[in-house]
Design a protein around this ligand. Structure first.
Ligand code: ADP
Ligand code: MG
Length: 468
């Protein structure tokens, strides 16, 4: 059967998208154009040398896996690089993906020859651990200290510490998957002979459903019963799936009894997990539950520095600070911004400077005009009044500090989506009524005091300028 290059690449993209996430997908895979498929060699066109290097550096394993998946054992990938934009002559640059590290996939032919009700098929999509997710690359901060050190202890002595199961929870993009995989990577590196399986709960569920279809539930269970370290990512996905929960319950008990390590992640604390059976929830409490919080400013700076360093890219201090101030939601978003910034710089053949950073941020964070961060507001106000940011958070009752603090609260209420409670929290743990009072005071003074009004207007402009 002859396959078409568009079709093959389309299938590859579907798998890649699952693995790399939207931001990386849009930046690095969307711009790729499939050119031809000849002799099991798929040729894809990438926009620059830098793109090619980036793909090879960061995504070679995934690319290799999907190509084998689609084209079988002899599948290869070649890149054609557009050397000069605006010039239709492409100088092709060809490399082959080495076949030596192939995992035990069944080839396309085997599948086409029937015999597809093999339990191995069910596990064929399990992509390996991401090698970049290590403790070394996981920056420590107040936001993750407990979870990180518990994870580290588990990695040194899996199944032996009392942290079994280890349950890590936290909001989206805060590092659950990274930390869970760091444990897996560490064990593989340092304790030979241990079998580690990382599986997102969603994939676990799919595998289970497939095994039910081909009547191989026992084999499914046997597969999981045999491993030494089980990492189940995003357990909240099991909610409402009774049968999958039941089989997981049995696997859990089996592994736990044998002293095998279980690591789980969840997007909320176990007590808030809806649709999970009580008997399963009670198991989760046997070990340790640790949370990941939003990173503070210093941790964000450290994360950006580390990522840039890893990619051998220098960014000026002011860009670093600008990014850390502007993106305070989660680390995935911060990374997305960095990746786009690097890509923009490379495509536009420009150094990374503040202007490029602002432009890039504008294209990514749509509501940036209305949404600035509390950090950024505090910084702007502190600078304007020649104060330290800490002054806005501590208890000083000096008049000029009080006014600055009230203004910062006022702008936080006007320009962010934070609740009154959350705003109070960002100002040294103050009460929500203090924030209400601040907003009222600013409104009152704005109406009666001309000088104050022009300061407020000036600050408004400054805060809005941020995205221009
Ligand atoms: P989650 O699973 O909680 O949604 P991820 O583990 O996927 O989050 O993390 C999102 C991105 O942020 C990943 O690329 C990860 O490497 C990065 N990241 C998260 N926490 C840290 C950290 N403490 N240090 C460095 N990078 C981090
Ligand atoms: Mg995750």
């Amino acid at each position: 059967m002859s396959l078409d290059h568009q079709q093959v690449w389309g299938n590859c993209l579907k798998m890649i998208k699952d693995v790399v996430g939207d931001q990386a997908f849009n930046t690095w895979f969307d711009p790729i154009i499939p050119l031809k498929l000849e002799d099991d060699i798929l040729t894809i066109q990438v926009p620059s040398q830098f793109f090619y290097e980036w793909l090879e550096e960061h995504y070679v394993h995934i690319l290799r896996d999907v190509i084998y998946q689609e084209l079988g054992n002899d599948g290869k990938l070649e890149y054609s690089i557009v050397i000069d934009r605006g010039n239709s002559e492409f100088k092709p640059y060809t490399i082959n993906i080495p076949t030596s590290k192939r995992r035990d996939f069944k080839s396309k032919q085997d599948e086409q020859n029937g015999n597809s009700n093999d339990i191995r098929d069910i596990f064929k999509y399990d992509f390996q651990l991401n090698r970049n997710y290590t403790f070394e690359t996981f920056i420590e901060g107040d936001c993750n200290r407990l979870a990180r050190s518990a994870g580290y202890a588990v990695a040194q002595r899996p199944g032996i510490t009392s942290f079994n199961p280890l349950m890590v929870y936290g909001g989206v993009g805060l590092g659950k998957t990274h930390l869970a995989q760091a444990i897996g990577n560490d064990i593989i590196q340092n304790i030979p002979g241990k079998s580690v399986i990382y599986v997102p709960a969603e994939k676990f569920t799919q595998q289970f459903i497939e095994s039910v279809k081909i009547n191989k539930i026992q084999e499914f269970q046997n597969f999981y019963n045999k491993i030494d370290i089980l990492i189940l990512d995003d357990v909240q996905f099991l909610s409402g799936r009774e049968k999958t929960q039941e089989i997981f319950f049995h696997i859990f008990n089996h592994l736990h009894q044998l002293g095998k390590q279980i690591i789980m992640t969840s997007d909320c604390p176990p007590k808030d997990l809806k649709g999970l059976e009580e008997r399963l929830l009670s198991r989760f409490k046997w070990g340790l539950t640790a949370d990941l919080q939003q990173p503070d400013f210093e941790t964000r700076i450290a994360i950006i520095q580390k990522k840039m360093q890893a990619d051998g890219i220098n960014i000026p201090e002011n860009v670093l600070e600008y990014l850390a101030y502007s993106v305070d939601t989660n680390i995935r978003e911060l990374e997305g911004v960095l990746i786009s910034l690097i890509a923009h710089g490379s495509l536009m053949k420009r150094d990374i400077d503040l202007e490029l950073a602002k432009q890039t941020l504008k294209t990514i964070i749509h509501d940036i005009d209305t949404e600035v961060s509390i950090d950024y507001i505090q910084k702007t106000i502190a600078e304007y009044f020649h104060l330290k940011i800490e002054d806005l958070k501590d208890k000083t009752r000096k008049k000029e500090v009080v006014i600055a603090r009230q203004l910062a609260m006022y702008f936080s209420k006007e320009y962010t989506n934070h609740s009154l409670k959350s705003i109070g929290y960002h100002f040294g743990g103050r009460d929500h009524s203090t924030v209400i009072h601040a907003v009222q005071t600013v409104n009152d003074m704005y109406d009666v005091d001309n000088r104050f009004r022009s300061s407020v207007d000036e600050l408004k402009k400054k805060l809005k300028m941020k995205s221009v």
